[in-house]
Design a protein around this ligand. Structure first.
Ligand SMILES: [Mg+2]
Length: 369
């Protein structure tokens, strides 16, 4: 152990925040409700005890400004080991700007950096610090953008199955006339593997019920955000009417614990999703896992697979993590410490302290804003 921990703790001596904009693999990508040509990553590095902890979120550059202007003052000189106090201080710091959205993404990146830093100072992996609940994290391949041709769709989803990932997800909802044919092609390409669809809130309630029946004929078992994510009544209505064997999922836009609590109370989902880069970092994700334990609800993590890994290993209700094409590509380019799924699951390299990721500075610098 190289860090010094005194009775006064281990004060944070510096915070660096940087923003990167990474163009998509194709000129553009799309899902049921959005089109994008780049992904923005906001990265935080916190320094204490001779160690550096890193965390990040996929958010607008506005999150970097919140980190620099609002969070840095309450972190500067504070004890890096007291992750609970730092979480509370950050909540107070952003009170007047609103807890959801950008502010929560900013807190999430810093909270993850705090956990990574604490792991490095104590020279243990974060999963060990949190309490390992499973040996590996099952993943599902996720992409299948609506901007893909049928051939590209088949190649991507089929490729994941060939690589040993037995469940894949595709986007639907941009062109209702094309959706069933796209799902039929996906089923042909993946054989018996599990097939998930994500509408990103594109359908009306009636459309969602119609497409649930149509997709069921091709063995779709997961229908994500069939209607707008805040239409809790609609989500419940669709969930209650989907064919047996098809689950409805929602949760990627959950920022605060109260929102997850309300989603559970409204019976919106058969499997709740949560994203540690939005919902308050590992502190937020573990709290959601606690809610899921009380509700006997399975939990699936959304996007950013490599930053989720250590926390996901500690989530008692975890079913799987999303192995999202764009983020896998970026994280493997930006960080040492990523590895391929083995038999469809990610394992942590416990010889590395913290979250086990190291920034490849030269590779990342090309995309810095
Ligand atoms: Mg989604």
């Amino acid at each position: 152990m190289s860090a010094t921990i005194t009775r006064r703790g281990c004060p944070i001596t510096a915070l660096d925040v940087r923003t990167y904009r990474i163009p998509t693999a194709d000129p553009h990508e799309s899902d049921g409700t959005a089109v994008w040509d780049a992904t923005t990553l906001v990265l935080v590095e916190l320094h204490a005890g001779g160690q550096t902890g890193l965390g990040y979120t996929y958010a607008d550059t506005a999150a970097a400004a919140v980190i620099h202007d609002e969070l840095r003052p309450v972190l500067d000189g504070a004890d890096a080991l007291e992750t609970g106090k730092r979480f509370a201080d950050m909540q107070t710091a952003i009170r007047n700007m609103g807890r959801d959205g950008i502010a929560s993404m900013a807190i999430s990146a810093v909270d993850i950096a705090l956990w990574d830093l604490r792991g490095k100072i104590c020279d243990v992996p974060v999963c060990t610090m949190l309490g390992v609940a499973r040996d590996a994290v099952p993943v599902y391949g996720s992409g299948g953008f609506t901007s893909y041709s049928l051939e590209e769709l088949r190649e991507q989803l089929g490729g994941w199955v060939k690589a040993g990932i037995p469940r894949v997800k595709m986007k639907v909802g941009r062109d209702a006339h094309a959706d069933v044919e796209r799902v039929r092609n996906a089923r042909e390409a993946i054989g018996d593997a599990e097939l998930f669809v994500d509408a990103n809130g594109a359908y009306s309630r009636k459309e969602a019920m119609h497409f649930a029946e149509a997709f069921a004929r091709y063995g779709v078992t997961w229908f994500e955000e069939p209607v707008y994510h805040q239409d809790f009544e609609g989500l419940r209505e669709v969930r209650e009417r989907t064919p047996a064997g098809m689950e409805v999922s929602v949760g990627e836009y959950g920022y605060g614990l109260y929102h997850f609590w309300r989603m559970l109370q409204a019976q919106t989902a058969d499997c709740l999703q949560a994203d540690a880069t939005r919902c308050g970092g590992f502190s937020g994700l573990l709290a959601v896992d606690g809610l899921c334990q009380a509700a006997m609800m399975p939990l699936s993590t959304h996007c950013a697979p490599y930053v989720h890994l250590h926390a996901a290993l500690a989530c008692k209700m975890l079913r799987h993590s999303e192995y999202f094409f764009d983020h896998v590509r970026i994280e493997r380019m930006f960080f040492d410490g990523t590895s391929d799924p083995i038999d469809g699951a990610l394992e942590a390299d416990t010889s590395r302290p913290g979250i086990g990721l190291e920034l490849r500075r030269a590779d990342a610098a090309r995309y810095e804003r």
